[in-house]
Design a protein around this ligand. Structure first.
Ligand code: C2E
Ligand code: MG
Ligand code: MG
Ligand code: MG
Length: 282
């Protein structure tokens, strides 16, 4: 099992990805310098609404990293994570993301928006207790309800060192933080993670959702995952909802919430608030 996990991690982050290319090292250095700065210039979050399907109510937002590099412009978050994940920059980045997201959550609460905030975390973050300590301290400092905060964990993150990851996740769960299994169905041990971790939510990967109306296999996977969530009393959120047909089908199957371009693209905080105001009038 151990070697299979190593192999899984290696395939994803090894061969096809060169961490030492000059371009990557350059990016890492620039990111570190930005994060060393108190305002972290260029490091921003976009927010994408999560919408309850039965009534269209916005239940929360997922925070998504947007880093604008001084020369390259906005860099794809996946590239940033893969570049940072093997260095100490990852923790600096995640701590910054968590800090911005918690501050935004408090601001929205003060403006009367009772939302929850979901943040993505990486392999590195869950391996050490320091991140757990940091998050605990920040939730307290901002005075936000831990139940309004959620961590989206991808499967690759869970392969690294299952026992230590489990301990850290358990501590956060005890605080009330929601635990969402991101990109559900794309890894090889989704079911094991579902059993081992204190999961409160499953997020069905967009690769199954986007085409579910034209692809019978994807339709079967999505509807079965929704049933599984119901049986285990875990909320199910579908990502990559791009049109009304898919939204309606998901609602018909009893999926709790959806996220995707059909509702809104990820937006900066100002645009998110404007969108919320418009959305409420409908
Ligand atoms: P994810 O967590 O699965 O996030 C969903 C991705 O789907 C986002 O891509 C979002 O912009 C995109 N998306 C949303 N709606 C639709 C849709 O209707 N159709 C399609 N085709 N795509 C849609 P993004 O922002 O490029 O982020 C990519 C991945 O990077 C995220 O996947 C997440 O794994 C990672 N990521 C983003 N921000 C952070 C962060 O702050 N920390 C960490 N550790 N990872 C992050
Ligand atoms: Mg996510
Ligand atoms: Mg996802
Ligand atoms: Mg994804």
């Amino acid at each position: 099992y151990e070697s299979k996990q190593r192999a899984g991690t290696y395939t994803r982050y090894g061969a096809e990805f060169d961490h030492h290319s000059p371009e990557r090292l350059h990016l890492l250095g620039d990111l570190r310098r930005a994060l060393d700065h108190p305002d972290a210039p260029g490091v921003n979050l976009f927010y994408q609404p999560q919408v309850r399907l039965v009534d269209g109510e916005v239940i929360g937002a997922e925070a998504l990293l947007r880093y604008s590099h001084p020369e390259r412009g906005v860099v794809n978050p996946a590239e940033i994570i893969e570049t940072a994940e093997h260095s100490s920059v990852m923790r600096m980045l995640t701590e910054r993301v968590v800090d911005i997201a918690l501050r935004q959550l408090r601001t929205w609460r003060e403006s009367g928006y009772d939302l929850r905030m979901a943040v993505n975390v990486s392999v590195r973050d869950l391996q050490s207790p320091e991140f757990t300590d940091f998050l605990t301290e920040r939730i307290d400092a901002y005075g936000v309800n831990a139940k309004r905060f959620q961590l989206e964990i991808t499967e690759s993150a869970l392969m690294a060192d299952p026992r230590r990851v489990l301990q850290n996740v358990q501590r956060l769960s005890d605080l009330g933080v929601g635990i969402s299994l991101d990109d559900f169905g794309t890894g090889f041990s989704s079911m094991q993670h579902l059993r081992r971790l204190p999961v409160t939510e499953i997020k069905i990967d967009k690769s199954f959702v986007t085409t579910l109306c034209d692809d019978q296999e994807n339709a079967a996977i999505v509807s079965t995952t929704i049933d599984l969530g119901r049986a285990l009393d875990v909320e199910v959120v579908a990502e990559g909802v791009e049109d009304e047909k898919v939204r309606r089908q998901l609602e018909g199957w009893g999926c709790h919430a959806g996220q995707g371009w059909h509702f809104a693209k990820p937006m900066n905080a100002d645009a998110f608030e404007r969108w919320m105001a418009e959305h409420r009038k409908r």
